[in-house]
Design a binder for this molecule. Structure first.
Ligand SMILES: N[C@@H](CCC(=O)N[C@@H](CS)C(=O)NCC(=O)O)C(=O)O
Length: 213
């Protein structure tokens, strides 16, 4: 069978999550670094978002759908649990992160530093100051979520954690979020434990690459 192809910039949090799934399950894959809205991406994603995946004649978009396909198609540790409660909690946390937390922490807070609309390229202080209270609240939500079992869903690694880790990795480079994460003891411990996994180490992207992509 053909190798799995993941297409998207390594700097994209969603692309990194798809790559981490391959690494966790030891799936042979290639990463084709193409930006959103490039022809290879638009051929698969109706709205030009990354990542997209090709496996033989099968094409797929949306990171969670890609993760589910890879999890069901390949051996290795289950990242989408089948036990009903852990499965539902995994869904819950992927949904909370993708529909709310990503918007606050990445698209608003982080992007105000790395893609500011300020004309001179300086951080958008007004936007940052406005979103910092929400950043703190959402980091506290995540802190409480991992306090009990050490993971977002139950007591073992799931795709919910893989989906979150690339976001936390970026946030730790920016002062207000770094401070909030440091104060969130359960979340800090969680990050440190998961950051040493080979799947995370092998998919690291320098921040400057994110700025360039
Ligand atoms: N729901 C999508 C979101 C993917 C997404 O937003 N990717 C960003 C890069 S991290 C992107 O393609 N942005 C370009 C755009 O929104 O047009 C998924 O889970 O794959």
């Amino acid at each position: 069978m053909a190798k799995v192809e993941i297409t998207g910039p390594a700097a994209s949090t969603y692309t990194r999550a798809a790559c981490m799934v391959c690494e966790e399950k030891a799936i042979p894959y290639v990463l084709k670094q193409q930006p959103p809205h490039s022809p290879d991406v638009c051929a698969i994603h109706p709205f030009g978002k990354v990542p997209v995946m090709r496996h033989g004649d099968f094409e797929l978009c949306e990171s969670k759908a890609i993760a589910t396909y890879l999890d069901l198609s390949f051996p290795g540790p289950r990242l989408m649990p089948t036990e009903p409660r852990q499965a539902a909690l995994t869904e819950q946390w992927v949904s909370l992160v993708n529909t709310r937390i990503d918007a606050t922490l990445v698209r608003t807070y982080l992007f105000s530093y790395i893609f500011p609309q300020t004309g001179d390229g300086s951080p958008d202080r007004k936007a940052i100051d406005a979103v910092v209270p929400a950043v703190r609240r959402e980091i506290e939500v995540l802190d409480r979520a991992v306090a009990k079992g050490g993971f977002l869903a139950g007591d073992s690694l799931t795709f919910a954690d893989i989906n979150l880790m690339p976001i936390l990795a970026y946030l730790r480079n920016f002062p207000e979020a770094a401070e909030a994460i440091a104060a969130a003891k359960s979340l800090s411990g969680y990050y440190d434990r998961l950051a040493v996994r080979p799947s995370f180490q092998k998919t690291q992207t320098p921040l400057r690459q994110a700025k360039a992509s």
